[in-house]
Structure formats: C-alpha cells, structure tokens
Design a protein around this ligand. Structure first.
Ligand code: R2B
Ligand code: URA
Length: 424
C-alpha cells in the first residue's frame, strides 16, 4: 500500500505527491479516503427507517440515537462475516496486520457488540469483522442490522464477504471455493421466506465480477486449491445436507449419493448454510457480496468431520487469506491513505522528503545537541521561522514544523538540508 507524501512522509497536506509504502511510513493511525467517485449509496427499501428516527440495532447493541454511527462506521468499506466470534476476532487481528493498521501499544481490539451477547463485531479501519452464527435465520437478522448500520453510517457501497466452512463434493478437503451461485436444497437460486402468511421468493444472486476477481487472486505459492462453483445452502446440517449420521435418518445411503451426485452434475461444488440468505439479501439492497468457503471434508466420501483441531484451524484461515488479499489490493487501488504520525519520538524509519523541505518557507538551523553524537545519533534541535511565525522546537528526531515526519539519522537530515541549498 502506498501513501502520498504530504509535505514529507506522514504529513497531512498534499505538496510533493511522492509515494511511500505504508510499511516505510510506520504510521500509528491512518484515515482513508476513497479516490474514486462514490456510486449512489444504499437505499433502504423501507420508508419506516430514517436518519432522524430512532432505530435500535438490537442484536448489535448499537443504535442511531445512542451512538454516532457515522463517526464509528462511516469509513467502512468491507464487511466480513464468518460463523464464530473466535474466528472473526482472529480475522480482525489478521487484517489489522495485513493492512498495516496500528492500534496503540497495550490496547486490544474491542468486540463492539459485546453487550448484545449475540454477535461479535470488530472494526479495523475500513473493515468490519463480525460473527454470524449458524444458518439462515441467524445471518438474516445480522444482515438486516448490518445493512441498516451501513445506511445510518452513510456508507455508500460496501462489499460483504462471507468467510466460512462447507462440505465439498468431490474436492480435496481444504480446498477454497468461491461461490458463483447460491442454490437452495432443491437446487434453485431462490431464497424463499414466509412473510405475512405468504411465501416470498427472492433471487439469490452474487456479484459475478467480484467472484471472478477473487478467484484471480490465486497465487502459485498457495498450498491449497481455489476453485469456483455453485453452492447449495440448506437449513440443516444433517438431513438437509443428506447426512446419514444425524439423530435420525429416513433415507438410504443410495438416496444420499443419488442426490449429491445429481447436484455435482449440475455444477455444485459445496454445501453450507448461509450463502443463500447473503446472496438474496445483498442483491435485494444492491450490495456486492461474495462467499469464500473452505471444504472440511468430501461429502462423496463421508459425513463426519474428523480432521485434527490444528488442521481445521489452518484450513479455516484460508478464506481469510484470500479475503485479505482482495482487501489489500482494493485499498491499494482505490484508497488514498492520509497518514497521521502521532508519537514522533517513536518513529524511527521515516525520512523527510527533500522536495517538501524545499517548498517550505522555513529557515533551519540544525545542529546536533549532544557533544558525543555520532552519525546515528538521533537528537537534533532545529529552529525555524516562516513569514508569520517563528518557532523553536526540540525533537528527538526532528524535521520541519508542520511536517509531522521524523528522522532517526541526523547525518541524513543534515545532508538533506545542505543539499536543499538556501532556505529562505
Ligand atoms: C458451515 O458450517 C456450519 C455448520 O457446521 C454452518 O454455519 C455452515 O454454513
Ligand atoms: N458446514 C456445513 O454446513 N456442512 C459441512 O459439511 C461442513 C461444514
């Protein structure tokens, strides 16, 4: 990820336009701004919900009157949903590391929905990581509230990912499957919900381009396969998925394989329990979404999941790795990062940009403070004056005033200042 140098790395004003990587910047926090024009935002298809009317997101323990949802969530771009609180907390820390987001030392990520005791929700910069529980009813409730959250926060075009597990059909366990189409148990891409005594049918459509972009993120060094295919979504893990090992079973092994083989012939690669609702609901409100699942077993070989805990954990990280790749790529291409350097004395690796210093209308008097200072000594005092202000600052590692950047190498700073001959 790169950031424009703004009056030196980490500064907030756009002056020289140089690019530096976030790793180099060692920033402590950053803000993100979409570079591209935003498309029209989420339109809730509900006249009963409005900004100025109280709306309690009960299962998230949030509300538009009790919380400043724009302040808290206005910068969200990705909403990543997965089954368990534990897994989604793991994902939150993983994405934190992957996008170079920093939280103050000694602090931890907070489950923002902890008081609901229902779902666990973490926020890392532009990414929400939230648990959805098991099955369509659970993800349904969550999706209603997440979509309303996006609406109240003013988020225009979020992307939703489900990162989960599934059973595969004729695939090596541990394979990552990107869903092209979500099907119900009768193999139709339709989500049926009884509403006011009537069956309402909604098309369960996922964003085809997004699925394709994700599959293209496959890397030759990956030690697992990534494929795409149709996903059957059921309301039950046992009978609904044709398992013979439930508390009861009223079909034969032959019936089971007939159904699974027929599904496979129609392009079904995997079976899980939430994709249908995710596809139908996000499509209904015009949000892009994708489903990335890892297969825990081959259903054409058995029903029981008998891998070790370690193997299961390793496999469950795979959808997260792929989602993180997408997120990083997206942020790189679409987001301008405004670095904010908060604790100057802790910044070691950043160097001022000579161009910026040239632009500055400051006069510098740089000298080393310590008589024992060596080339690697990092303590300098500098004075500066501008047309309307004069300041004298001592900094552990110093640069220009207003340029929040810091240097750890006095020699380097001196050289830069010497080379930039003649500040006024
Ligand atoms: C995958 O795994 C869960 C069942 O074990 C369910 O949430 C799903 O879709
Ligand atoms: N999750 C499911 O829903 N089915 C499986 O077979 C495995 C995980």
């Amino acid at each position: 990820m790169t950031s424009k140098c703004k009056k030196g790395k980490g500064c907030l004003e756009d002056i020289c336009g140089k690019q530096y990587s976030l790793d180099e910047l060692e920033i402590s926090t950053f803000e993100m701004k979409e570079k591209v024009e935003k498309k029209p935002g989420i339109e809730l298809k509900n006249p009963n919900i409005a900004f100025d009317k109280e709306d309690i997101l009960y299962h998230l323990a949030l509300g538009n009157k009790s919380h400043d949802l724009t302040e808290m969530f206005g910068d969200v771009k990705f909403v990543c949903l997965g089954g368990t609180p534990h897994r989604m907390e793991r994902f939150a820390y993983y994405i934190l590391q992957e996008i170079g987001y920093k939280i103050p030392p000694g602090t931890a990520l907070q489950d923002i929905s902890t008081h609901s005791h229902r779902y666990a929700l973490f926020k890392v910069g532009p990414v929400i990581s939230v648990s959805h529980g098991m099955g369509i009813p659970s993800i349904n409730i969550l999706l209603h509230e997440l979509i309303k959250l996006m609406f109240h926060a003013g988020v225009k075009d979020p992307i939703f990912f489900r990162l989960g597990t599934c059973g595969g059909l004729g695939l090596e366990p541990g394979t990552v499957v990107i869903t092209t189409e979500a099907l119900n148990g009768t193999l139709e891409p339709v989500h049926t919900i009884p509403i006011l005594g009537k069956k309402v049918e909604r098309p369960a459509l996922l964003d085809k381009n997004l699925a394709e972009e994700i599959i293209n993120l496959k890397e030759s060094s990956d030690n697992f396969n990534i494929i795409s295919g149709k996903t059957v979504c059921t309301d039950d893990f046992y009978e609904g998925q044709g398992r013979l090992d439930g508390a009861f079973c009223h079909f034969s092994e032959e019936d089971k394989y007939k159904y699974l083989n027929m599904a496979k012939e129609k392009g079904v690669t995997n079976i899980e329990m939430e994709s249908l609702a995710l596809a139908a609901i996000t499509h209904h409100v015009g949000i892009k979404s994708a489903v990335i699942c890892v297969t825990l077993l081959d259903r054409l070989k058995g029903d029981q999941i008998n891998q070790t805990k370690k193997t299961l954990e390793e496999w469950q990280d795979r959808p997260m790795v792929i989602a993180a790749r997408y997120i990083k790529k997206y942020l790189n291409e679409h987001i301008e990062v405004l670095a904010k350097v908060e604790n100057k004395s802790k910044q070691k690796k950043s160097f001022p940009c000579p161009d910026c210093i040239n632009i500055q209308k400051y006069k510098f008097d740089v000298r080393e403070e310590d008589s024992e200072s060596t080339s690697s000594k990092s303590s300098v005092t500098y004075k500066s004056s501008s047309e309307n202000s004069t300041s004298s600052m001592k900094s552990d590692i110093g640069c220009v005033p207003g340029c929040s950047i810091v240097v750890s190498n006095v020699d380097y700073l001196q050289r830069v200042l010497d080379e930039s001959n003649g500040f006024e």
